[in-house]
Design a protein. Structure first.
Length: 89
């Protein structure tokens, strides 16, 4: 499980990105890069990290399910993810 401070920091970044989205789009359309650099760093969408909804893990993230591979494997083995079955041949 990731530290709650890391998870909270990422949520704060998401809120900042949402807050400045319109301003960033306007400055980018004008190509005002000096004005763009005056915005907070966390206003950039590339600073937001994809994290597992269950554990908060950032590595090995599966976008389709919004969880990490480890959590995915546990839930799939337990039959908790609809439509996912263990392959056998």
């Amino acid at each position: 499980m990731a530290k709650t401070s890391w998870i909270n920091r990422n949520e704060r970044r998401r809120a900042t990105v949402k807050k400045y989205a319109a301003v960033r789009a306007e400055l980018k359309a004008k190509k005002d890069y000096a004005g763009l650099s005056q915005l907070p760093r966390d206003a950039s969408p590339s600073r937001v990290v994809n994290r597992c909804e269950v554990t908060g893990r950032r590595r090995a993230f599966i976008r389709r399910f919004k969880i990490s591979r480890l959590t995915f494997r546990e839930l799939a083995s337990a039959g908790m993810i609809p439509g996912v079955t263990k392959s056998s041949w």
